[in-house]
Design a protein around this ligand. Sequence first.
Ligand code: ATP
Length: 298
Amino acid sequence: MDTVLSLEAISKSYGRIQALKEVSFTVPRGSVFGILGPNGSGKTTLMSIVLDVLKANTGSYSWFGKANHPSERKKIGSLLETPNFYHYLSATDNLNITSAISGRGTPEDISRVLELVKLSERKNSRFSTYSLGMKQRLAIAAALLGNPEILLLDEPTNGLDPVGIMEIRDLIRSLAQKGITIIIASHLLDEVEKVCTHVAILKKGNLLTAGHVNEVLAHEDIVELAAANMEALKQCIADMGGFSVLREEDQRLQIHYPAGTANMEAINAHCFRNGITLQLLLNKKRSLESKFFELTND
Ligand code: ATP
């Protein structure tokens, strides 16, 4: 697949704090790429480096497989910090000013981006009358001026209510359908899982994993079991073997098998033969959240 961004062993320290440690991954064209990590894991630092706002100490990155060139930067729209819009001006006037300052976009472009973020109907209202969600969509509209191929968003749903979050999610999906590659830094797993095709998970500056969501999540099958006698059940499953992890949690036995090897019928039959009647036999779909907590837990 065509790569739009590639990072090669990027490291960055702020004095004694090492914010990024040899981080490498690639972002495929057309993906919605989530950079995930708890607070302080280095997401904003990483975004700032690839936007040339900060310099890495070591390592390199390239957009579109080329050395950093101003003409390539025009293809990238970003929202790193909320722009300072004028409260007493309308959306159109604010975008006119943003466009004049950044040199991106034309008057036609302004109506196009307002349409994209569904603010056309309110384009003449003062910014001060907007909801938080509308303000955030206007900020994304500003990032879309000049019709970029890539959009970088740092925590785009921060501070929004559930409706505002859903609107941003729908917007991201519709922009992705138009072929824009979107890179989102977020600590909201559920959000990322709903819209992202790819993820990179960071913890204290280390890259834990990166790739297609299905690949990141599909390394194993998870089965949950329960029976009246949990000790006997545990022993029975241990005798059967074939698993990578076996643990008891909240009166449930959780068993991890290598992907594609969990055989529910065989587990059930084995337990039955050993005199154990199962109260629960569950093939759990792995969520990004469970993977994330497993990876980021010390
Ligand atoms: P958050 O979700 O809280 O924004 P983040 O994942 O974006 O976190 P960064 O903001 O990149 O993480 O911070 C990574 C680490 O670097 C943190 O330990 C942070 O305290 C530290 N850091 C970030 N900026 C600076 C700075 N200007 N000076 C010193 N330390 C910094």
